[in-house]
Design a protein. Structure first.
Ligand SMILES: [Zn+2]
Lengths: 488, 481
């Protein structure tokens, strides 16, 4: 079952020629064919294209190409349908782009291509990455592989579910307020949101430009490290990407974590908001880390309680401008009207779903003359305070540990009618984006009945991915949560 | 009651860059529609802008030429509005932290130097261009993303003619500085005009009326020449003016209302999160400062002062920068720059035009021009002969002295030889001689011309004149007493 292997395991077998990329790719395609009618992680599967790429990778390997120069040679991956892959659909989970084909590669796509990866297809998401359950996809929800009556989390629900269901080795997602980490926790996989500026956003369809960051969904921490090495780095096409050297993340994983200090923010462990089983798993995880020599330290992030409100002003404000380009003039859906204004209204009315409309209206209002100072400007000021909270805390500790989500994955439709309840799913992940720091979610337990994954979140300082991955790897090595497989 | 107009201008000029503001597409005019486009300037999903450094430099250079302050912090903002030719449905501009602020432009108007304060000159992107066909519309995005410098003036202008003079001076500065080609035929300059009227001397401004999207300076002048009396007439009739936006109909020669303040856009400006703030370093600024050139007015004043040139000649050298530079190169080595200016403006320019060559093609050296003037000043050759000598060395590059020598063109200043020539001319022209003696002083010039002809142009005309006057006994009843 090569589709069940991690990227690193697969790479080893491919290198030894014990397995071909075609076999690995075919195994994923078989899993997709078998499981995805239920899970519905994929919006589009490029079977012929993937097999052709796999054959090309195998041929290249026979000619002497190796993982040394092409670290992902022959590895089948899949990409969230909000990141451009040339000549592939780029729907963003929206009717407005239902038939849109991307004419260029995102910078991360290009990086994966250069590393030798095989692209299986396009992964489902909440429309324009707006949501926490993947129920906001115009093409139907993705289901949680652990319990298909439940949501996989969102917005990168397709990415997390596909990795959890062994339909691909690894996946790319995007994280604006928790959209990689939340579904990773809900599906029992590893989710990494790098520091803002660590990975190029060029080719990622913008939701909230100052918060968006491309992230990784993998089966293990080591895989996340390997993929991050591939996609991180400065990109001249993204002015907000940072020219910071990319360390060899995977090579640093084995270093000891003894003596590292991990902060436990008291604002994240308040009674009431946190599910008891989640709390129990997190407590056990802390104890596990302690046994590895990690020192837990209680810390405070006093502006945490303003994070959700701040996010709900900044993200929609930026989105209201970012999504203005979908107007029916140049590409995508067009519903004709008597004049441009009517065409815009009809096109956008028919093309966007209710959550997208809600956020555009919210954001437009927050930026309106007379409200700007009270809403957007104030939110930016609070954001600065939230970031400062973190920077101050990272003077005392190496990383911060929290639950990834306050609850286990909930039922399909459970929170659909109550947007505010839905937004609360992101309460632990949102600050990380506002502060522009990095975050990692990894499996740390299960609820008993039904058996549903629980994730813990490690937050690190700007460009502190190395520490997070090291801590995560040490934890992972000492537990077997990541080895559990959903009952599909 | 007497009224006065108060006018401010917002002038947009396309910056002279190779590529567009946020992408690598060519900044070029005249390509077939939608050929200079890419995912970035078309606003496709997922793209990001990256600022063109040369556009940032030209913006600051433009600011420096307009005596602006260069703040240490500037940023880009999104101006949100839906319009088919705006590919992202927001325009990237600089809202509250522009790259340059608080400058001024001095220019000549009605015989005096006038100053208009510049509020700011900021960078923004151009939008596409709509075309309307019989049943459909099309948009050409070649222009979308071309860098624009928007120069906002304070309301320091008082008339249509003054606005016109300001715009021409502004254009001269920007063309001179290499900031923009300001080619109006290619749509590189566009203007929004703000105009109000008030009783002369009143402290408060009248209702501001904006005339949008003017694309020629003469259009601005004509629109103001229409709009100012219109506003005055409204007030004189006891009417009210409200803040509004009007459109200039060039064919009809009138302005018409587009919208009033009530339905003004809310552009919902906010900082563009895709772009970092712009904080120029000292070395970056130094590099731009190194590109600052002398401005037209300053140049004109310097030419008048340093070379004692008349205003018209100085202006010629301002208008034709290369010719002016050539003149300066020669004039520095001579005692008679005025004469050099005459030769450069009257002869050199004409010969270049006639031969369809440029200063780079010149066959003679600046020293030749100086030598020519010295030959004239010392009386060795006549001005008339000098014309031929110039033509000769323009064509061949031979030195003037050599030409004069070889062709025997030295002026005849020998009194004996001139006497003989004068006698010959008097004898051959009894009619004019009689006329002159009868009081027609102009006849003397004719006879003098005959002397010149007999000498093949080499006679010293002043000496010939004196000899003739003496021989003909003076002009008894003419102007010369
Ligand atoms: Zn372009």
């Amino acid at each position: 079952m090569p589709n069940r292997l991690t990227v690193c395991e697969l790479s080893r077998l491919l290198s030894r020629r014990e397995l071909s990329s075609r076999e690995a790719t075919q195994a994923c395609l078989d899993a997709i064919r078998q499981r995805d009618p239920v899970v519905r992680a994929f919006l589009h599967v490029d079977e012929a294209g993937a097999l052709a790429q796999a054959d090309a990778a195998d041929a290249a390997r026979r000619r002497g190409r190796s993982a040394e120069t092409h670290p992902l040679l022959g590895i089948p991956v899949a990409i969230k349908d909000v990141i451009a892959v040339r000549n592939q659909p780029l729907t963003c989970g929206s009717r407005i782009l239902a038939r849109y084909i991307a004419p260029y590669d995102a910078t991360v796509t290009e990086a994966l291509r250069r590393a030798g990866a095989i692209f299986l297809g396009r992964l489902n998401l909440d429309e324009f990455a707006m949501g926490s359950s993947t129920e906001n996809s115009a093409f139907g929800p993705t289901r949680n592989p652990w319990d298909t009556t439940r949501i996989p989390g969102g917005s990168s629900g397709g990415s997390a579910a596909a990795v959890a269901a062994d339909e691909c080795s690894a996946a790319l997602g995007s994280d604006t307020g928790g959209s990689v980490r939340l579904p990773a926790a809900f599906c029992g996989v590893v989710g990494l949101k790098p520091t803002y500026g660590r990975v190029s956003r060029f080719g990622l369809v913008a939701y909230a430009s100052s918060l968006d960051q491309i992230g990784l969904l993998t089966k293990t921490v080591r895989d996340a490290a390997l993929l991050l090495e591939t996609v991180a780095g400065h990109d001249p096409l993204d002015s907000t990407s940072v020219a910071q050297p990319v360390p060899p993340y995977a090579a640093g994983l084995d270093q000891s974590v003894a003596g590292l200090r991990v902060g436990l923010p008291r604002e994240y462990f308040v009674e009431g908001g946190l599910d008891a089983e989640v709390r129990h798993s997190i407590d056990r995880a802390i104890a596990q880390l302690e046994s590895l020599g990690v020192e837990p330290v209680e810390v405070s992030l006093p502006h945490t309680r303003y994070a959700l409100g701040t996010f709900c002003l900044i993200a929609p404000a930026e989105a209201s401008a970012n999504l203005a380009r979908f107007d029916g003039v140049r590409y995508g859906l067009r519903v004709e009207g008597a004049d441009p204004i009517e065409m815009y209204a009809r096109t956008r009315g028919a093309g966007f779903g209710p959550e997208v409309k809600r956020r555009i209206i919210l954001g437009t209002h927050a930026l309106s003359s007379g409200y700007y100072d009270a809403y957007y400007l104030r939110a930016q000021k609070v954001r600065t305070l939230i970031r400062q909270d973190f920077l101050d805390t990272f003077k005392q500790v190496d990383a911060i540990l929290t639950p990834t989500a306050p609850t286990p994955p909930f039922k399909l439709g459970e929170k659909l009618a109550d947007p505010l309840q839905m937004y609360l799913s992101d309460v632990f992940t949102i600050s990380c984006n506002l502060a522009g720091i990095c975050g990692l979610s990894l499996p740390c337990g299960f609820t008993t009945s039904p058996k549903l994954p629980i994730g813990m979140q490690l937050l690190g300082p700007p460009f502190g991915e190395e520490i997070l991955l090291r801590l995560g790897y040490a934890f992972e090595q000492s537990t077997d949560w990541h080895r559990h497989r959903p009952p599909l | 009651m007497e009224y006065e107009a108060v006018i401010g201008l917002e002038t947009h000029v396309q910056l002279k860059t190779q590529s567009k503001m946020w992408c690598g597409c060519a900044n070029a005019f005249g390509a077939p529609p939608n050929t200079n486009v890419c995912p970035v300037c078309l606003g496709l999903p997922g793209v990001l802008p990256v600022a063109n450094d040369e556009a940032l430099r030209l913006t600051v250079l433009g600011g420096l030429l307009l005596n602006c302050r260069i703040p240490s912090f500037a940023k880009f903002d999104r101006k949100n509005y839906f319009y088919p030719d705006v590919s992202k449905n927001y325009q990237i501009t600089q809202y509250d932290r522009p790259s340059t602020t608080e400058g001024h432009l001095d220019f000549e108007f009605e015989g005096a130097i006038r100053r208009v304060r510049i509020t700011r000159a900021h960078l923004e992107e151009d939008v596409g261009k709509s075309f309307h066909f019989e049943r459909t519309s099309g948009i050409d995005f070649n222009r979308a993303g071309v860098p624009l410098l928007e120069i906002v003036s304070e309301p320091d202008l008082a008339s249509a003619d003054m606005a016109y003079a300001y715009l021409n001076a502004l254009k001269d500065v920007l063309v001179y500085g290499g900031v923009s080609d300001c080619d109006m035929e290619k749509g590189m300059v566009r203007c929004d005009v703000n105009v109000s009227v008030r009783p002369r001397g009143a402290a408060d401004l009248g209702a501001k009326i904006e005339i949008k999207n003017m694309n020629s300076f003469s259009g601005v002048r004509r629109a103001l020449a229409y709009e100012i009396p219109r506003q005055i007439a409204v007030l004189e009739r006891g009417g009210m003016l409200v803040q509004s936006t009007r459109r200039w109909d060039d064919a009809a020669g009138i302005t018409e209302e587009m919208r009033t303040k009530e339905d003004a856009h809310d552009y919902r400006y906010f900082p563009d999160p895709d772009l970092m703030a712009f904080e120029p370093t000292e070395s970056w600024l130094d590099e731009v400062r190194g590109r600052v050139v002398e401005l037209p007015l300053a140049r004109k004043q310097r030419f008048m002062r340093d070379y004692q040139l008349p205003a018209a000649d100085a202006q010629t050298f301002v208008d034709d920068v290369a010719l002016g530079a050539y003149f300066e190169g020669v004039a520095g080595q001579t005692r008679n720059p005025k004469a050099i200016a005459n030769w450069v403006i009257n002869n050199l320019r004409a010969h270049l035009a006639e031969s369809q060559t440029t200063l780079a093609d010149l066959r003679f050296r600046p020293a030749h021009l100086i030598e020519l003037v010295e030959l004239i000043d010392s009386g060795r050759i006549s001005s008339r002969i000098a014309q031929d000598v110039f033509a000769e060395f323009f064509a061949t590059g031979e030195s003037p002295a050599a030409i004069v020598q070889r062709k025997g063109l030295s002026q005849v200043s020998d009194a004996g030889a001139l006497e003989a020539l004068c006698d010959e001319a008097i004898a051959a022209n009894p009619g004019p001689v009689a006329d002159y003696r009868a009081g027609k002083s102009a006849a003397l010039n004719f006879i003098k011309g005959q002397v010149m002809r007999l000498s093949k142009g080499k006679a010293n005309p002043a000496m010939a004149g004196e000899i003739l006057e003496r021989k003909l006994g003076g002009n008894r009843s003419g102007t010369r007493a």
